[in-house]
Write a protein that binds this ligand. Structure first.
Ligand code: SF4
Length: 316
């Protein structure tokens, strides 16, 4: 069976934090010339990284690999205070592309620790955002990623526990984990609800609406993209097969055999070009008339974040 219809989620793709981070690297290249060093992938997408690399960005996983006096851009995921201190020691010109919504979590974490709370972070071990947030405070942080982890925390019930969350988690899982913490700790405090960002929430709500209307969901996004992985999980939990593909070349014919309507969405760091290539690839498998594409109604995002002062001037 070939798809009768391709259905696109709304919203999908780039969020304001990713748009800002890419623009920061582009402006840094225009202002300072190549090379501009970027600490970690600026956003989790290989296409974006390769494109910026071709234009003179050099991606490093250690600050020591930036030449003394050079320019370094911190990625959208944020960095620890140790990384900032090391960059300063080396006299680097720092441009911070940390998403303002991640910086907000950093500030919350620091405030909770200053108030004397024991900090719990809900997030995924090894993710750069989690490493950056944990590295923003100088006390041990309890990292948990499941209800079982919350129940297993070795802290007394009256401990002054505060929590923060990674910005790209599953809305449903996080709610359950916070509920489990609230059941265990009588003095629990946290942000109003959680720190899951507007873009993550909007894309999860949109993929759930998409899954209700299609036989298969394809999420276009990088394998190391947290929010893209969560979109695939949300679709699958809604009851349809769902696959994460980095680009059109990863679509497998056997996935499509029972799918009359195919839903497509993308993570917050995925350029829409890759979505369009997926759509064209699906259409090209059809010998008859071109498969129609329907875009679902959904939230029209108009969030914009200001650029850092040092590169906010127009570049000629
Ligand atoms: S996904 Fe959310 S927190 Fe992450 S860069 Fe985008 S807006 Fe910022």
């Amino acid at each position: 069976m070939f798809p009768d219809q391709i259905v696109l989620a709304q919203p999908r793709g780039f969020c304001a934090g990713v748009t800002r981070a890419i623009e920061i690297v582009e402006r840094a290249l225009a202002l300072h010339g190549a090379p501009v060093h970027v600490f970690h992938e600026i956003v989790h997408n290989q296409w974006v990284v390769s494109d910026l690399r071709a234009r003179g960005a050099v991606f490093v996983d250690s600050i020591e690999h930036v030449p003394v006096g050079g320019t370094v851009v911190f990625s959208a995921h944020g960095v620890s205070i140790q990384v900032v201190a090391q960059a300063r020691r080396l006299g680097l010109n720092i441009i911070d592309a940390t998403c303002p919504l991640v910086s907000k979590v950093h500030q919350q974490a620091q405030r909770f620790v200053r108030m004397g709370h024991v900090l719990v972070m809900i997030g995924h071990a090894g993710h750069e955002e989690v490493q950056g947030t944990i590295g923003r405070v100088n006390t041990p942080v309890h990292l948990i990623s499941s209800v079982a982890d919350a129940r297993a925390l070795r802290l007394p019930a009256d401990a002054p526990v505060a929590y923060v969350t990674q910005t790209t988690l599953s809305i449903d899982d996080t709610r359950d984990i916070i509920d489990a913490l609230a059941q265990r700790f009588v003095n629990l405090v946290g942000p109003d609800v959680d720190d899951i960002c507007y873009a993550t929430q909007n894309r999860q709500i949109a993929v759930r609406a998409l899954a209700a209307q299609v036989d298969l969901v394809l999420v276009v996004g990088a394998r190391n993209s947290s929010n893209s992985n969560r979109l695939r999980e949300v679709a699958e939990r809604a009851g349809v097969p769902a696959h994460l593909v980095q680009d059109a070349t990863e679509i497998r014919s056997e996935w499509l055999s029972d799918a009359a309507r195919i839903g497509v969405t993308s993570g917050a760091s995925t350029p829409d070009l890759l979505v369009q290539q997926v759509v064209h690839s699906l259409q090209s498998r059809h010998n008859g008339p071109v498969t129609p594409v329907l875009q679902l109604p959904g939230v029209q995002e108009d969030v914009r974040f200001r650029l850092p002062g040092e590169i906010s001037e127009p570049v000629n």
